[in-house]
Design a protein around this ligand. Structure first.
Ligand SMILES: CC(C)(COP(=O)(O)OP(=O)(O)OC[C@H]1O[C@@H](n2cnc3c(N)ncnc32)[C@H](O)[C@@H]1OP(=O)(O)O)[C@@H](O)C(=O)NCCC(=O)NCCS
Length: 149
């Protein structure tokens, strides 16, 4: 754990800060409505913070499978180990809740995220063609998975 940094569950009151980071970090950010429905659905929504919110992660569960839906660090605080810290945390939550595997999608062009997932033991298990919107054309997603038992 980096000094002074902690993780706690996201609350509705956090949403404006979360959205600020989300919009800074992604070209195609989630809307407020998507975050609200994740919070209302009982998805595992977490924030990473010191004095302010530095990032967030959202994890859903179905049939002993966890799915990492979002992992985002404020661009001003990237490359300090926070993404790894948040990823390790949600993987441990998935294990605690009895998931036997965890999956995620990532843009093929997202080199730092691909590096992060591979270094955390995720394996590329597939590719979804045209999964993501793009400025000019749609972009493929790589599907990553990790066994948790
Ligand atoms: C992907 C993301 C969560 C990583 O968070 P982070 O806090 O920067 O991650 P960390 O600092 O823990 O680790 C990043 C690692 O990637 C490496 N890295 C950075 N840029 C890289 C690049 N272009 N190519 C390969 N590796 C790269 C860093 O060196 C670091 O590795 P190290 O710890 O061995 O030095 C963050 O960049 C982010 O929020 N991006 C925008 C949202 C996003 O794309 N989320 C993922 C959706 S699937």
């Amino acid at each position: 754990m980096l000094d002074g940094v902690l993780l706690r569950r996201m609350e509705m009151e956090d949403l404006q800060c979360v959205l600020k980071n989300e919009r800074k970090a992604y070209q195609f950010p989630w809307t407020e409505g998507i975050f609200k429905s994740c919070l209302c659905n009982g998805d595992e929504c977490w924030i990473i913070l010191d004095k302010k919110i530095l990032g967030h992660a959202v994890l859903s569960f179905a049939a002993q499978e966890a799915h990492l839906l979002n992992l985002c660090i404020d661009p001003e605080h990237q490359n300090k180990g926070l993404g790894k810290q948040a990823l390790d945390h949600v993987v441990s939550i998935a294990k605690k809740k009895g998931a036997i595997s965890i999956f995620l999608e990532v843009r093929v062009s997202n080199a730092s995220a691909v590096y992060l997932y591979e270094s955390a033991g995720f394996n590329e298990i597939g590719r979804r063609s045209g999964y993501y919107p793009g400025a000019v054309s749609r972009e493929d997603a790589l599907v990553f998975g990790k066994e948790l038992i």
